[in-house]
Write a protein that binds this ligand. Structure first.
Ligand SMILES: Cc1cc2nc3c(=O)[nH]c(=O)nc-3n(C[C@H](O)[C@H](O)[C@H](O)COP(=O)(O)OP(=O)(O)OC[C@H]3O[C@@H](n4cnc5c(N)ncnc54)[C@H](O)[C@@H]3O)c2cc1C
Length: 403
């Protein structure tokens, strides 16, 4: 059975992440929202702390992995492991600032991919790198099977060609996990992921995007031209198995979607807490013992937002807990991402509304959080795509049958 209390052993990590979020991230949140593309040097000191948390096996604030194979010697019964801890740490850090968390060294979405599908040799070789994730292309977003970036084997190296857009941490990370096709005629089964390290000839950062939110995080356009990587940099199996589809690369999403949901929960909680404070100052307090319709309209609205927040939080914990317990969690990961992504957008905008003019000005971080929220309903699969996946899973339909 799932136990919905935060496990005691995660307490220290949650506390540490909260301290870091409140003492370091919050105070510089506005500074890096304004100074888009400036590197937040304050974050470097965190890297060591987070590395320590990750290597303790308790997860950290960005990169754990979902592994399908059992590691052997695992205890039977329920386990609260790295995925749950990572989700809990991520919530705290994003309560501090989601853009800054996305800029945290060695906590990239590519790290989660490596943790999920790398072999033991690769896990060791890439243990210390900061890896971004490059899937999206100019003509390929939601439909990741439409990838045109190519990889061909030439001797002991793969040669990569193609363009990737909207790559989070694409400039700052040490490496990028690039999705490319070994053979476009074989469809999605031929899509594989490759670790490409910075400085590899043929790998170029073309430009950075200016954005609505998460401005502290760099978002890059990358180009690969006859870019050669050792064949050992392919993650997972090099075999093109058309029966299996692209289950290998897709497995990463089972890990990253709960993480993005956790980011949304952190931002939503920040907005709810600030709104409660502002409302209390205005003489409106929420009474949990009274029906919503007997309270101030703002308190009733707040209760509704909290209910959405709780639902998103519990779905996210469930999806991470399932990953820790080696249970297939694709459905729950998509449900969590869909619920949390939509809720954070609704909650932050409604909080701006509830706090009146204060919420709309730069005097408060509420306006910033409402801008930061939208991406959490877009990347790692949009709201619509999550709903499509949930529908396919519940109805037992394939992606060809329900699109
Ligand atoms: C700030 C930012 C950071 C990002 N970081 C990364 C990153 O690190 N790595 C990376 O690879 N990508 C990244 N992305 C890209 C992101 O994952 C894509 O934007 C997203 O997957 C959607 O793709 P698209 O923008 O091409 O939209 P499209 O796929 O063109 O979709 C447009 C709209 O149509 C809807 N839609 C599409 N197909 C369907 C369907 N079948 N049914 C119903 N509705 C549908 C979508 O939900 C969306 O609302 C980032 C994007 C942004 C903005």
């Amino acid at each position: 059975m799932i136990n919905l209390e935060v496990p005691k052993k995660a307490g220290a990590l949650v506390n540490q992440a909260y301290q870091a979020a409140s003492q370091v991230l919050r105070p510089i949140s506005r500074k890096y929202d304004r100074a888009e593309h400036a590197y937040p040097t304050e974050l470097d000191m965190f890297a060591a702390v987070l590395d320590g948390l990750n290597s303790s096996g308790e997860g950290g604030a960005g990169a754990a992995g979902v592994r399908r194979e059992d590691t052997g010697g695992a205890k039977s019964g329920n386990r609260n492991g790295g995925n749950l801890s990572t989700v809990l740490g991520t919530i705290e850090m994003c309560w501090g600032d989601v853009g800054l968390l996305l800029s945290m060294p060695r906590q990239g979405l590519g790290n989660a991919a490596i943790a999920s599908v790398a072999n033991p040799e690769q896990l060791e070789r890439f243990a210390k790198i900061w890896a971004a994730m490059a899937i999206t292309e100019p003509d390929c977003g939601s439909d990741s099977a439409a990838i045109t970036a190519s990889a061909r084997l030439d001797g002991d190296e793969y040669v990569l060609n193609g363009e990737k857009i909207f790559v989070t941490a694409g400039q700052r990370a040490d490496a990028v996990v690039v999705w490319a096709s070994l053979d476009r005629s074989k469809g999605r089964a031929a899509i594989k992921s490759f670790v490409v390290e910075k400085g590899t000839p043929g790998f170029e950062v073309v430009r950075l995007e200016h954005k609505l939110g998460i401005r502290a995080s760099d978002t890059a356009v990358l180009r690969f031209e006859e870019c050669r990587v050792p064949k050992e940099n392919l993650l997972g199996s090099p075999e093109v198995d058309t029966k299996k589809g692209f289950a290998g690369v897709m497995q990463t999403f089972d890990n990253t979607r709960p993480l993005v949901a956790a980011m949304a929960i952190g931002v939503a909680r920040a907005a709810l807490e600030e709104t409660a404070r502002v409302l209390a100052e205005a003489g409106v307090t929420v009474d949990y013992d009274k029906p919503a319709n007997n309270q101030h309209a703002a308190a009733a609205a707040y209760l509704q937002l909290e209910a959405d927040y709780e639902a998103a939080y519990l779905l996210t914990l469930e999806s991470a807990w399932m990953a820790d317990n080696r249970k297939p969690n694709s459905l729950q990961a998509s449900m969590a991402k869909a619920k949390a992504g939509r809720s954070v957008v609704d909650i932050t905008l409604r909080c701006v509304e509830l706090t009146g003019t204060l919420g709309y000005t730069e005097e408060s971080l509420l306006e910033k959080w409402s801008r930061d929220a939208k991406i959490l309903d877009i990347f790692e699969g949009t709201q619509q795509i999550q709903q499509l996946i949930v529908a396919r899973r519940l109805l037992g339909k394939t992606s060809a049958e329900l699109r």
